[in-house]
Design a protein around this ligand. Structure first.
Ligand SMILES: Cc1cc2nc3c(=O)[nH]c(=O)nc-3n(C[C@H](O)[C@H](O)[C@H](O)COP(=O)(O)O)c2cc1C
Length: 265
């Protein structure tokens, strides 16, 4: 377009009334561009803060499941008593292949080089990472007080992500806690109810013959292994039952727990 023509178009546009269609469209487009710039800027600026908050929230949940959390504590400082370690699930041994501070178990679970597809998949997770970040709560003398294992799997509407804390005997449960899920408030989301979660404390995973016994069920079972299913939320309860049994079972942390118990690590 020649500059004469362009000036012509511009001066004709200027002469249009303020509520003409072209000027309305121009204002709308300008406003949209401005707003989208603001949103993008906010998203970029806030990303690191969001990541930091997510990390703090995860640490808070680990402290909660380990019984170390109370309102107002300094999460970062308290978390210093917990050591993250990477477990090679196949060998059941610790590995230094990855830095536990940055290793992302969930990302690894979707990487074909770092995970396996599950044929038997009771937790409905599709693939399982070959490596998992676990957390060791240590006593002042350096001995281990509790083992905190990540667990996740499908409930009714969503994947529930959480932790199970075990006493150093690797069999007695200290606590269970989910930090993310989208089950229905008042039904499946009752997994977060302190009264329901409280049932897990002191329950055992296995009997003397190493048979996996822990179960979440509607029908009563042997008290030391039994967790009552949530009333009106049997499907979420079944999901929790399957995912806990999967992660502490043969395809999960069983080898690691056995190695730990036998002093091999
Ligand atoms: C809107 C709506 C949301 C529900 N959310 C859940 C849920 O989060 N978890 C769950 O197990 N059941 C949920 N249910 C109920 C299930 O459909 C099913 O009835 C229930 O799990 C059976 O449990 P019960 O045998 O204890 O009654 C929901 C039902 C409705 C209508």
């Amino acid at each position: 377009m020649s500059s004469e023509k362009r000036d012509n178009v511009f001066s004709r546009f200027k002469k249009l009334s303020i509520d003409s269609i072209p000027k309305t469209i121009l204002v709308a487009i300008t406003l949209c561009l401005f707003c989208s710039m603001l949103v993008s800027l906010a998203a970029v600026k806030l990303k690191s803060i969001q990541q930091e908050n997510q990390l703090r929230d995860k640490q808070k949940n680990i402290l909660q499941v380990a019984g170390l959390y109370s309102e107002g504590i300094n999460i970062e400082e308290t978390f210093a008593s917990i050591e993250p370690k990477i477990v090679d699930i196949e060998s059941g041994l610790f590995t230094d292949k990855f830095d536990p501070k940055v290793f992302n178990d969930l990302k690894a679970a979707s990487d074909p080089l770092l995970s396996v597809a599950l044929e038997d998949d009771p937790a409905s997770i599709g693939r399982r990472s070959n490596y998992a970040t676990i957390y060791l709560l240590k006593n002042k003398d350096g001995t281990i007080d509790k083992l905190i294992l990540p667990i996740y799997g499908y409930g009714l509407w969503s994947t529930l992500y959480g932790f199970v804390a075990l006493e150093e005997d690797t069999n007695q449960i200290f606590g269970l806690q989910f930090y993310k899920h989208a089950e229905t408030p008042g039904l499946g989301a009752e997994v977060d109810n302190p009264k329901w979660k409280g049932q897990w404390k002191g329950k055992k995973l296995r009997d003397e013959d190493e048979k996996l016994m822990i179960q979440v069920a509607k029908t009563p079972g042997p008290n030391e292994y039994h967790i009552d299913a949530i009333a009106g939320a049997t499907l979420t309860s079944n999901g929790v039952n399957s995912l806990v049994r999967f992660w502490v079972g043969e395809a999960g942390f069983k080898k690691f727990l056995t190695n730990f118990k036998n002093g091999k690590i």
